[in-house]
Write a new protein. Structure first.
Ligand SMILES: [Zn+2]
Length: 753
């Protein structure tokens, strides 16, 4: 028995050390917090029952570390402690009982209850009211000095008190808080990623941590991080008697203190509020994984002291897990409308957060291989809010050698065509546009609510229409007759009439909906809306895309002598060839503002060691490509990869035929005429840079509502550059090219009324 226990303790220690390292140093955890807590608790219990077996280097004996090599180290004035965990009301009651035993009889404990933020701990030092240092928690005694980066976070005061009339600054104040993304900021960050054609971030906390640990603070400034402050670590001139008083003091100093914090007269009151917190959890602005409960009376908390690494006077109450581990028993393969192949994990059913989960997303094969997920693995699955459950990673310690690697299939399981992985892509695709699965998914998407919104056309109807040869593509929907539909099983007069009416209504959907329904890779409603602001109709967009494709072909022709025979194996040349092969995404946006292309091209093509005369032939085709693609590249919020996706989409003869059929069936192709608030900015083009008093999107709408145009880069056509706080290089560019730079208030002054 002892031997078995000893082996289990060793195995748990090993696993926890590994997970600690992945979490704190590599910033790449493979198990969920709940899973980690489970292992940690098992180890603690075994060690408590068998103290003689505890290892000297047991992970229970120290706090974790987030130290990295990139930053100087800053010592904390007092250890930054972690908290013991409680998982239910009984744990909380036991915790209080243990504490009361250490305190004088008749002591009554009051509590302060706050959400437990799922962010990155930070320790900030103020001397005479001025922020002098900010450090991560590190190993609890020593942190990474990230002062410059923290100063870019707007909710962190650089000087306290913010309202100098309200209070005086203590000589020295060291506070502790948490840095995180508000849910909305995280979504916005991912929308920007999407607009640039880049992969979305999955985990808000890891992204916050990565953002805070940028070597260049300008990178941190671009992310909209928020800081909440909740404790005083050390002070000279700010002595408090209770937690509640501390929070009020921090508020007066101008810190962002969680408004949801509350005072409870006793533990009963705390326990009564628990169900309410769990219910509100997903409605909060930020991710939380539980609550923090602190003894309100600081003198009593002090008396309780510290056990191991945890103060006795505080405890973390963890919500029921939204994560659990189970066995990965199989993989099903789906093919989407773009042909994208997605693997889904088939699981041994597991109960998570009140629901039985038996399959979960694996994202893509690249992710599967990066996480080394194998068939037969025990995997950790997360389910949170409305998000589709997904596999976080394998529990490698649970392997027995019977697991097998998961590889992409060689052929499409629906049509048998070979799968392709485009260069640089993480996904695999079925390349057959007539693949029955792709057609089905295309139609389902086409009729869905955000797209053409055709009521009464469910998957079964679509399948019946395809099976009966009545439709081959989405545009055929508009040519269906009552006679066609009556021939289908289960279709009677009333049902046919309703369906035909909703098809008729769909013909007058907005430009945004029609464009979205075409299913261009990466073009959702937001980007479709941007295109609608800049193009009068879908045929106009199509004509632009075709002109770009023609210019690309001319460029490719001219560049062929340079590309042929170049050494693809050399990484510098490989990168250059990639640019030459994707001129719309890779070259045109770089040179939009170039007055003279030839020196830029000479520099670009240097790795090819050409004779001077060899560059001239590609100069004119590139200028032509820049000219025709400019209307797309200048749309702020539309990244170069999306521009390339648009061009590729409209170059496809199948898509051209679909659009022509839709046009012939009188489906709306025109963008809405905008009703202007004024024409005060008509004919003027603005470039926005830096942080404004409201989100830049609102300033853009304001300019457009008054007849102006907003573009993403400074050119001869720019009327003004509007600079907010910490503006980018666009101001320099404006000054160099003589474009006037104005402030946000000067812009507002230009608008009549
Ligand atoms: Zn296929």
């Amino acid at each position: 028995m002892d031997q078995q226990t000893q082996a289990r303790i060793a195995s748990l220690s090993d696993q926890l050390h590994q997970h600690n390292y992945r979490y704190h140093v590599l910033n790449d955890p493979i198990v969920s917090d709940a899973e980690y807590d489970r292992l940690f608790r098992e180890l603690t219990e075994l060690e408590t029952a068998n103290p003689q077996l505890a290892l000297a280097d047991s992970p229970t004996q120290r706090v974790g570390s987030d130290l990295s090599l990139d930053f100087p180290k800053a010592p904390h004035p007092a250890p930054i402690l972690s908290l013991a965990n409680a998982f239910d009301a009984a744990d909380l009651a036991n915790w209080e009982e243990r504490n009361l035993r250490l305190l004088p009889a008749d002591t009554e404990l009051a509590y302060v209850l706050q959400p437990k933020l799922d962010g990155l701990a930070i320790v900030i030092t103020y001397e005479n009211g001025v922020l002098v240092r900010a450090a991560t928690r590190g190993n609890g005694e020593l942190g990474d000095d990230v002062t410059a980066n923290v100063k870019t976070i707007r909710s962190v005061p650089l000087r306290i008190p913010v309202d100098r009339a309200a209070a005086a600054a203590p000589a020295r104040l060291v506070v502790r808080g948490e840095i995180l993304f508000h849910k909305e900021s995280f979504l916005e960050l991912n929308r920007e990623q999407e607009a640039q054609g880049l992969p979305a971030y999955v985990n808000a906390r890891n992204t916050a941590s990565g953002s805070l640990k940028q070597k260049d603070s300008r990178e941190t400034a671009k992310r909209k991080l928020t800081a909440y402050i909740y404790a005083i670590v050390d002070s000279d001139g700010a002595e408090m008697s209770s937690e509640w008083e501390t929070l009020q003091f921090l508020r007066v100093m101008g810190f962002n203190v969680i408004p949801e914090a509350r005072h409870c007269a006793g533990l009963d009151e705390v326990i009564q509020t628990l169900p309410d917190w769990e219910a509100r959890r997903n409605a909060l602005d930020f991710e939380i994984d539980g609550l923090v409960l602190k003894v309100d009376q600081l003198a009593l908390a002090d008396e309780l002291g510290v056990v191991g690494k945890d103060p006795r006077g505080a405890v973390a109450y963890k919500f029921p897990a939204e994560e659990a581990s189970t066995k990965l028993v199989g993989i099903t393969i789906g093919v989407g409308r773009t042909g994208k192949v997605t693997p889904t994990a088939q699981l041994e059913p597991v109960f998570i957060g009140g629901v039985t989960v038996s399959n979960a997303s694996l994202h893509n094969y690249e992710q599967v291989s990066a996480l080394d997920i194998r068939l037969g693995d025990r995997v950790v699955v997360k389910r949170s809010g409305d998000v589709i459950p997904y596999v976080i990673g394998p529990v490698t310690g649970a392997r027995d050698g019977s697991e097998s690697p998961i590889l992409p299939p060689a052929a499409c399981p629906f049509c048998g065509r070979e799968l392709i992985q485009p260069a640089g892509a993480v996904d695999w695709f079925c390349s057959n546009p007539k693949c029955p699965e792709r057609v089905m998914r295309t139609l389902e998407f086409f009729v869905s609510r955000g797209a053409m919104d055709i009521e009464g056309m469910g998957p079964q109807t679509i399948a019946a229409l395809i099976d009966n040869g009545l439709i081959e593509d989405e545009a055929d929907i508009f040519n269906l007759s009552a006679e066609n539909l009556l021939a289908l099983e289960g279709f009677a007069d009333k049902k046919v009439e309703n369906l035909l009416q909703s098809i008729e209504r769909a013909k007058s959907r907005s430009f945004t909906q029609v464009l979205t329904s075409l299913g261009i890779d990466g073009i959702g409603a937001t980007v479709a809306g941007l295109l609608g602001d800049n193009f009068a109709s879908i045929p106009e967009l199509l004509a632009t895309a075709q002109a770009i494709r023609a210019a690309e072909e001319d460029f490719a022709e001219a560049a062929r002598p340079l590309v042929d025979g170049a050494d693809d194996g050399d990484p510098d040349i490989g990168k250059l060839l990639h640019r030459l092969r994707h001129p719309t995404a890779e070259l045109a946006p770089r040179y939009l503002d170039a007055a003279d292309l030839s020196p830029r091209l000479e520099r670009l093509l240097r790795p090819l060691r050409l004779a001077p005369g060899d560059i001239a032939p590609i100069q004119a085709p590139l200028s032509a490509l820049i000219a025709v693609s400019r209307p797309l590249h200048e749309i702020e919020g539309l990244g170069p990869i999306l521009v390339e996706n648009i061009v590729n989409f409209f170059a496809d003869p199948h898509q051209q035929a679909v659009i022509a059929k839709m046009e012939a069936a009188a489906v709306n192709m025109r963008a809405e005429e905008k009703v202007l608030a004024s024409a005060g900015l008509a004919g003027q083009t603005f470039v926005l840079t830096g942080t404004m008093s409201v989100p830049r999107g609102e300033i853009k709408s304001l300019v457009e509502a008054n007849g102006g145009k907003v573009t993403g880069s400074v050119s001869k056509k720019t009327s003004y550059v509007v600079a907010g706080d910490s503006p980018g290089s666009k101001v320099e560019k404006a000054l160099k090219s003589g474009v006037p730079v104005i402030s946000e208030s000067e812009l507002r002054a230009l608008i009549p009324g």
